[in-house]
Design a protein around this ligand. Structure first.
Ligand code: ARG
Length: 583
């Protein structure tokens, strides 16, 4: 590419800045021209109000002066001042055509790579060993995976971290139970589906059998003391669980790889040293036998200062200490400049405390940003936390199986134009789209209701709707005449529906940028849904392949269809959703 592809919004903003400098002096040129999409026109520039204050002139007069100074004849069809001083902008079809042509030729579809690429360390997934992944692990996987895809596409280097819970007191009872079952050989069969049963059996013995409980406690001591046999048994359990997690990740088609796993146990060797360092420097103090850091501004329910627990009074280390060590490792060893986490929003305070503690300790330089992207719960149709039919915790694999059979029923109604043997694969693809989209399209921080019927609808704001829209565009493009190809230079925006669709397509870059900054996938979902809707309005009013369509118009509309399709596919891939060509 010669010069970077600028969106209309960016181009307008720059032109307005130049107009400001010309009409009111360069000292005001840095002001944000506040160019926004508008339903009155294509865009609205809302800078005259604040500029009016700065130069002590009525905003309408300022707006008029800006129009006098603005050099944008090549872009704008119409410019007018409205209301208290808004500037309404309607763009030229020609200008949009030129931008669309360049967008269609650009493999990145007009999305620039960041000028300030960061090293993002993204902590997501994080299941716990010896427990099967359940519905509570869906959101950290789906949201995390979407955000890492967006950040990578936006040009950042992303290091994924699967911070699995593979250390701590439960391992005492788990290892003892494993020994009771005959040890390591037996554990080879500890495959998916049996982990939960294994955990529950161990728990039951721990709660009811005092000698077993004592053995378990001794075993924790051996584990923490680094006893070799104990560590071997521990490793057996961790490996069995990790294999089970990998299967679920693969089934979810998330981008997490085995090498992205760096669990709690990894940080264990650093903890005594961190404790000693913090104590020596006076960052941490001993209170009631426990070593604590008290970052300012954190209070518990009783209004007392809330500690970041470095070492518990029994001498052990826990979740807080491990996360502090992880922050240090990610900033200092991985050289992360943006440390991100996605978990249930009930852990928000934990992360706020860890971040504040890490800053107090001097483990994070001012250049390192930290953020916890929390999320709400998944509710059943009864508005209570989602459970399996028999009231148990819903296993993630069971949910995916159910989704596949629900999607299969949908396919029977749709009768997709693929051979019947492929329907099971297609059903999985559609079901994953339904599940992921439902999760990503609601405001992250809110709870949402899990309802197959609504999630799987092919009309409305759903994953299958986007897939269906894209598959229909593919089917249109399969109908081109022999030798007829998509031709970017044929793009000519003429019709109002084409104009509206073009504007929407050209907003893709800004949407990706917004999601990368705000970590809010629902904005991308909303964008894609509106794109599919803008396409369907266009398609209704603008015949593409009908015989009466003149050849040049047909060529332009074919190109517009393909461009829309490509943006849809790219956008869905950022959500982690596959786009089948036939449905
Ligand atoms: N294993 C934790 C849980 O199940 C999630 C880990 C999140 N990451 C972290 N660095 N604490 O709640």
């Amino acid at each position: 590419m010669t010069d970077a592809l600028k969106s209309p919004q960016q181009e307008l903003a720059e032109r307005f800045q130049r107009a400001v400098a010309k009409a009111f002096g360069p000292e005001h040129a840095g002001m944000d021209p506040l160019v926004r999409r508008s339903d009155r026109a294509d865009f609205q520039a809302n800078l005259a109000m604040s500029l009016g204050k700065a130069v002590k002139k009525p905003p309408r007069e300022v707006a008029q002066a800006l129009l006098g100074a603005l050099e944008a004849d090549d872009l704008c069809e119409k410019l007018e001042v409205a209301g208290p001083g808004f500037i309404n902008v309607t763009l030229k079809d020609d200008y949009l055509s030129r931008l669309l042509e360049r967008t269609l030729r650009d493999p990145r579809l007009g999305v620039p790579t960041s000028e300030k690429p960061e090293t993002v360390v993204f902590d997501y997934g994080g299941p716990n060993v010896a427990k099967e992944m359940h519905v509570g692990h869906l959101r950290p996987c789906v949201i995390g995976d979407c955000l890492v895809r967006v950040l990578e596409f936006a040009g950042h280097r992303v290091i994924r971290q699967n911070h699995i819970g593979d250390w701590g007191t439960p391992f005492g009872m788990l290892i003892e139970h494993l020994l009771d079952l005959g040890g390591a050989e037996n554990a080879a069969e500890l495959s998916l589906g049996e982990l939960d049963a294994f955990y529950k059996a161990a728990r039951k013995k721990f709660d009811s059998d005092a000698t077993f409980a004592e053995r378990a406690r001794q075993r924790v001591v051996s584990l923490q003391g680094g006893d070799e046999t104990t560590l071997e048994l521990w490793k057996v359990l961790v490996d069995a669980s990790t294999r089970a997690f990998e299967k679920v990740f693969a089934r979810l088609r998330v981008t997490m790889k085995p090498t992205d796993t760096r669990g709690e146990s990894f940080y264990n060797p650093f903890l005594p040293e961190i404790a000693a360092d913090l104590e020596a420097r006076g960052v941490a103090v001993v209170q009631e036998g426990a070593l604590c850091v008290f970052p300012e501004g954190f209070k518990n329910r009783e209004g007392n200062p809330l500690p970041l627990m470095i070492r518990k009074s029994d001498g052990g280390f826990g979740y807080d200490a491990t996360d502090l060590a992880a922050v240090r490792f990610r900033a200092q060893e991985l050289k992360g400049t943006r440390l991100l986490y996605t978990t249930d929003s009930r852990q928000s305070q934990h992360f706020a405390l860890v971040f504040a503690g890490a800053r107090l300790a001097g483990y994070l330089g001012p250049e390192v940003r930290t953020e916890h992207a929390g999320f709400g719960s998944i509710l059943g149709v009864d508005k209570k936390p989602l459970k399996s039919r028999d009231g148990d915790t819903l296993r993630l694999i069971a949910m995916l199986d159910e989704g596949r059979s629900e999607a299969f029923k949908l396919l029977e109604k749709l009768e997709p134009d693929v051979p019947k043997e492929e329907w099971t694969t297609l059903a999985e693809t559609v079901s994953l789209a339904a599940i992921k989209y439902a999760d990503l399209s609601s405001d992250r921080i809110k709870d949402y209701v899990f309802d197959w019927d609504r999630m799987l609808a092919t009309e409305g704001n759903t994953g299958p709707y986007l897939q269906y829209a894209q598959a229909r565009q593919c089917s249109m493009l399969r109908k081109l005449a022999p030798g007829e190809a998509v031709n970017a230079s044929a793009l000519r925006v003429q019709h109002a529906r084409e104009h509206a669709l073009a504007l929407h397509i050209l907003g893709f870059a800004a949407t990706v940028d917004d999601v990368a900054a705000s970590l809010e996938p629902h904005k991308l979902c909303g964008y894609l849904y509106e794109l599919a809707s803008a396409f369907s309005s266009f398609y209704q009013d603008c015949p593409v392949l009908k015989a009466e369509t003149p050849a040049d118009v047909r060529a332009s509309r074919v190109a517009l269809t393909d461009l829309t399709r490509r943006v849809l596919v790219q956008g869905m891939s950022l959500l982690g959703i596959d786009a089948p060509e036939r449905m």
